[in-house]
Write a protein that binds this ligand. Structure first.
Ligand SMILES: *[C@@H]1O[C@H](CO)[C@@H](O)[C@H](O)[C@H]1NC(C)=O
Ligand SMILES: *[C@@H]1O[C@H](CO)[C@@H](O)[C@H](O)[C@H]1NC(C)=O
Ligand SMILES: *[C@@H]1O[C@H](CO)[C@@H](O)[C@H](O)[C@H]1NC(C)=O
Ligand SMILES: *[C@@H]1O[C@H](CO)[C@@H](O)[C@H](O)[C@H]1NC(C)=O
Length: 493
């Protein structure tokens, strides 16, 4: 695996301090992560053998099921105690200033998460997990990337595998090894895995799994126990969105499709998959109708016409993780270059994705350094994890500082007075347009963060097909003659 990070500069923190978070409350925080070991003796042994190096354990993916808060810890560095974990939520974390750093409990148990330096039987282990998804059928889905010591020697100790657990019994329902045709050099299943299912159709589930390192999307069908791989130009990065500025570090990332979330079921019976590349300020969409069928997914017409470019959020609005709240239509996303969280309302502004219809909800240059994941709970709260991951990977964390934080807000409070609030009278899900002045006011005064300083060229084309019809070859290629020239049935790129 090639590591996609190029550190170009090491700066001292010279950024203008901009701290604006009045909407999110800090609920849990850690300097280093503590884990539940079988006993104190095992804990000491793991520390002595350096199988557990506390400062190297960085939380990354989050998910919630009932009162269980799941947290992954990928093996970026050595000394990771356990990759899939949870803690039980309590109510003690609401007042600031109190230590509320719950101990992580390995899931489904310590044994499968425990990997020693001389480990040989990886088939019975869970190696390195990034994101988690709980579906409508009380199942926990995740991909074990099989990658260890990602920053160091980067060892692929076992092929990537999809795991699906029954949360009601904690039993493993299914383990699926991806076919070699689903991966290639650079493959890293680190983005949002999303599951397309309803509580009434648990056997008709599909998982959409972004591969941000190889710029592909893998689809898994539960009914067929089979997967296929999709490629599209929209899965790549934008070269001018590759610079990142995080915690005093400047670096370039060339990461592709990563943030992914599903809309509610639309009139035609399918959801819409919204997706972004990390190194990009754009949002794209495709109906899952074109993903669920492997033949249709590979059809040239699908690639040219079904994938839609929705627009651009603004500059320095790169995002990693997504989460869509079906009730309000709000798409929440992390903003690593803004140390914060942003949003867009996919119902109210279904036809307008611009710097004016996106807004920054909260930002904090100390506590929100590298927002990494977002999750919603059953009580209509939105949660945000910040974890300083690039600082850990490039410079190392300081165990005397608070490094990892979980914030929460009621969704209605988080979006009140902003462009993400559903418009009045649109509870039927119909789309309402608001005049630009109101949007502008909300953006400037509702969130207090101006997102429109740099002009972004307007969106001209939605699909590649529209681009081609408008002469999108830029005159470099032969134009179709009078008889017309059909596009080749296999796109090559
Ligand atoms: C592997 O390492 C552990 C300590 O991490 C040690 O207890 C165990 O004996 C070793 N096993 C083998 C087969 O070397
Ligand atoms: C699904 O496919 C995997 C191959 O990775 C196989 O091991 C497993 O038994 C299959 N499960 C079912 C339910 O067919
Ligand atoms: C699995 O991968 C191999 C090698 O890339 C390929 O030939 C084969 O068709 C793939 N199988 C499936 C079911 O996709
Ligand atoms: C691709 O899709 C188009 C439009 O739905 C259809 O007309 C065509 O037959 C399909 N091609 C293949 C090879 O399936």
């Amino acid at each position: 695996m090639k590591w996609l990070l190029i550190e170009i500069l090491l700066l001292t923190l010279a950024v203008e301090l901009l701290t604006q978070n009045t909407r999110f409350n800090e609920r849990y925080s850690w300097s280093t992560l503590n884990f539940q070991f079988p006993d104190e003796q095992s804990r000491q042994a793991a520390i002595n053998s350096r199988d557990y190096v506390p400062i190297n354990n960085v939380p990354l993916g989050t998910e919630i099921w009932r009162d269980r808060f799941f947290v992954t810890v990928p093996r970026w560095l050595t000394g990771i105690a356990s990759t899939v974990n949870f803690f039980t939520m309590n109510n003690a974390g609401t007042s600031l200033g109190r230590t509320n750093a719950p101990t992580l409990v390995p899931y489904p148990n310590y044994e499968v998460n425990h990997i020693t330096a001389n480990e040989t039987s990886f088939g019975s282990k869970i190696v390195s997990v990034f994101r988690l998804k709980v579906d409508a059928c009380d199942r926990l889905w995740f991909v074990d990337t099989g990658l260890m010591d990602i920053i160091g020697t980067s060892r692929q100790v076992i092929a990537p595998r999809l795991f699906i657990f029954d949360l009601r019994t904690d039993r493993l329902l299914r383990q699926y090894t991806f076919n070699s045709s689903d991966t290639s050099e650079g493959t890293l299943f680190g983005g949002n895995i999303v599951v397309d299912v309803t509580a009434n159709s648990c056997n008709q589930a599909f998982a959409y799994i972004p591969d941000f390192g190889a710029y592909r999307l893998v689809v898994y069908s539960w009914a067929e126990n089979r997967s296929w791989r999709i490629r599209h130009p929209y899965f790549y990065f934008d070269p001018f969105a590759t610079p990142f500025y995080v915690g005093g570090l400047t670096f370039l990332w060339v990461d592709g499709i990563f943030g992914a979330s599903l809309s509610a079921i639309q009139g035609d019976g399918y959801r819409t998959l919204y997706f972004t590349a990390i190194s990009s300020n754009h949002l794209y969409a495709v109906s899952t109708r074109f993903l669920r069928d492997s033949t249709l997914a590979a059809n040239t017409s699908t690639l040219l016409e079904a994938y839609r470019f929705l627009g651009t959020r603004g500059s320095n609005m790169q995002t990693t993780a997504h989460m869509l709240d079906e009730r309000t239509g709000t798409l929440f996303y992390t903003l690593p270059n803004r140390n914060g969280i942003g949003c867009w309302n996919s119902v109210r502004n279904a036809h307008s994705y611009t710097p004016l219809t996106n807004t920054v909800l909260a930002t904090d240059d100390v506590t929100m350094i590298f927002p990494n994941d977002i999750v919603l709970d059953d009580a209509d709260n939105v949660w945000l994890l910040s974890d300083r991951l690039p600082v850990s990977n490039m410079r190392g964390l300081n165990e005397n500082e608070v490094n990892f934080r979980l914030f929460s807000a009621r969704i209605s409070d988080a979006i009140r007075g902003t462009v993400c609030e559903p418009s009045r009278g649109s509870h039927d899900g119909s789309v309402n347009f608001n005049g630009p002045n109101r949007e502008n006011m909300n953006n400037r005064f509702g969130s207090g963060y101006d997102n429109t300083q740099v002009s972004i060229s307007e969106k001209k084309y939605e699909t590649l097909s529209q681009f081609l019809k408008a002469g999108g070859t830029n005159g470099l290629l032969e134009k179709p003659g009078k008889s017309g020239r059909k596009l080749s049935s296999h796109l090559v790129f």
